[in-house]
Design a protein around this ligand. Structure first.
Ligand SMILES: N[C@@H](CCC[C@H](N)C(=O)O)C(=O)O
Length: 295
């Protein structure tokens, strides 16, 4: 392809994404092309990439086209594919609003993790963008624990699946997680054949925690939406709170290096995540650069 490719850059709590609008699914984004675009020095830079495609035009989403017009074809920054990205869905919805494709209020977004219901709030009284809430579905908590290690420290971690896999470890100090450039080792090795996102969590107050994360396929990121949901559920169970048993929703505030997310688990198990989403720039990708960078 020799015509320039439009892109935007956006973030949700500083979990940042290259956004490539491609309604008809005409742009081939190989893993190498995604990694080149997400490269922070030689490319645009991002934790991941949001390929914006009409559901009807994508073989993985065609069956969802009646429910959700748009499909979030999400890729990690290393080019790998993930089932779900919570911050990505909010930024994806903000892009649709920014492009005039949807307005405030409710919409549905197709993802590899199913159709997600999204609510775009009205701007605040000062004119700032309103937060965006995503229905993230239910958490699955498989039996068994893993051990996560950093240097000579070891912690038990809770398995939580939010469509994608998470291991949640409660620690005394977030600095003990180290630099998180590389995936923290875990055992048994067989626990996550496809890799895992690892969250380190400390308490900040009642139903209020702070976390750092190593994301599969991206390294340490400033926020992870599915990770914050996994952390909220693991913290609630640790604190003896299960909305399915009490009939009352449970809300946790989760502070991340890049911002704050608010997570509510309802008695039916459905989890809602609320937080910011910002579009910061738009431009054109030189197709000749992309073709050579992706080689
Ligand atoms: N940043 C995301 C999660 C993206 C996918 C993850 N790295 C994986 O491979 O599962 C979020 O906000 O949820």
């Amino acid at each position: 392809m020799s015509t320039p490719i439009a892109f935007l850059k956006g973030h949700g709590a500083e979990n940042d994404f290259v956004i490539v609008p491609d309604a008809d699914n005409a742009i081939e984004l190989s893993p190498a092309a995604v990694a080149a675009l997400c490269d922070r020095r030689a490319g645009i830079g991002g934790d991941g990439l949001l390929h914006v495609v009409r559901s009807a035009a994508h073989p993985e989403a065609r069956h969802l086209a009646d429910e959700a017009e748009w499909f979030m074809d999400y890729r990690n920054g290393d080019g790998s594919i993930a089932e779900m990205c919570g911050n990505g869905v909010r930024v994806f919805a903000r892009y649709l609003q920014h492009a005039g494709l949807v307005g405030e209020g409710d919409l549905a977004v197709a993802t590899r993790g199913g159709v997600k219901r999204v609510h775009i709030a009205k701007p605040t009284s000062s004119g700032a963008d309103g937060d965006i809430t995503v229905g993230m579905g239910r958490a699955v908590l498989p039996e068994g624990e893993v051990t996560v290690s950093v240097a000579d420290r070891h912690w038990p971690a809770r398995n939580v699946n939010m469509g994608n896999p998470h291991a949640v470890a409660f620690v005394d100090d977030l600095a003990h997680a180290g630099n998180l450039y590389e995936p923290p080792p875990f055992s048994p090795q067989s626990a996550y054949p496809d890799g895992v996102n690892v969250e380190f969590v400390v308490d900040r107050g009642p139903r209020h925690v702070a976390m750092r994360v190593h994301e599969r396929g991206a390294g340490e990121t400033r926020a992870c939406g599915t990770g914050a949901c996994a952390v909220a559920v693991a913290a609630a169970r640790r604190d003896g709170l299960d909305p399915a048993e009490t009939g009352a929703p449970v809300t946790y505030t989760v502070d991340l290096p890049g911002g704050r997310l608010v997570i509510t688990e309802r008695p039916d198990g459905e989890i809602e995540m609320t937080g910011p989403a910002v579009i910061v720039a738009e431009g054109e990708i030189d197709p000749r650069w992309l073709a050579s960078a992706a080689r």
